[in-house]
Design a protein around this ligand. Structure first.
Ligand SMILES: [Zn+2]
Ligand SMILES: [Zn+2]
Length: 243
């Protein structure tokens, strides 16, 4: 007998899109045949597809989406006992992160859907998420961030202008200079971090030089090592000057 294909777990991105809808329609019954839930299911499918997910014929259909919305209800203090008790751990996590900030969530969801429909982050060879903790705002915007800070042309210009102004390339947070430590091999070596908040990343915008800061690999890694990602100010404040 052919084994039925299992549907993959919901991602953070999909949870965010569903939570935004939930918060706008808190008192709804979330009928799977209602136009709102049907439309939401098609948006979520688009996001899942952009993330490369596939499943069986029931993949992200409106019944599944309706259930997800009812799962959110069980986390909602305004509706304590009416939700479905079972669910995925991420429901609570995204609830805690965004339920009190629906305006930011709305912006994030608009940007996720925008990236999902333009698909630009799929065409970036060699762009992996291995060394980056996925942002609070989900995988698609994480990829867009990584894409922005690896766009070669603007990085070249940023490095050239920094070099002209300071005479050497060094980490703007801790001052690390690759040439000083590693000699010739470190020449021209420094990473770029894109400083625009992830919640505000829209596809199709061009990166400006002032959006980038130069960071050593350690400092850059620390920004992305946990959620929420640090701002440059938080990174700088965390650097222990006594060491
Ligand atoms: Zn550094
Ligand atoms: Zn970065």
């Amino acid at each position: 007998m052919k084994e039925k294909k299992r549907n993959p777990n919901w991602t953070r991105d999909e949870h965010l899109v569903a939570l935004d809808y939930y918060l706008d329609n808190r008192d709804d019954y979330f009928s799977p045949t209602g136009s709102g839930v049907l439309e939401l299911a098609s948006k979520i499918s688009r996001v899942a597809k952009a993330l490369g997910l596939t499943g069986s014929d029931t993949f992200r259909n409106s019944s599944g989406v309706s259930m997800k919305l009812l799962n959110f209800r069980s986390h909602d203090p305004q509706h304590h006992t009416k939700g479905l008790p079972q669910g995925n751990k991420l429901e609570q996590v995204v609830w805690d992160e965004f339920a009190d900030d629906p305006d930011t969530l709305k912006k994030v969801v608009a940007n996720i859907l925008n990236v999902a429909s333009t698909g630009m982050v799929d065409d970036t060879p060699g762009l992996t998420d291995d060394d980056t903790m996925e942002a609070r705002e989900g995988k698609l915007l994480t990829r867009l961030h990584r894409y922005r800070e690896r766009s070669t042309a603007i990085i070249k210009r940023k490095k050239a202008s920094f070099l002209k102004m300071h005479g050497n390339l060094c980490c703007e947070a801790c001052g690390f200079d690759f040439v000083k430590t590693y000699g010739e091999r470190g020449d021209g070596f420094i990473e770029c971090h894109h400083t625009k908040p992830v919640s505000e990343l829209k596809s199709g915008e061009t990166t400006k030089m002032c959006d980038l800061v130069l960071l050593c690999a350690n400092c850059h890694r620390m920004i992305h090592a946990a959620r929420p990602w640090w701002t440059i100010e938080q990174l700088s404040a965390s650097i222990n000057q006594d060491v």
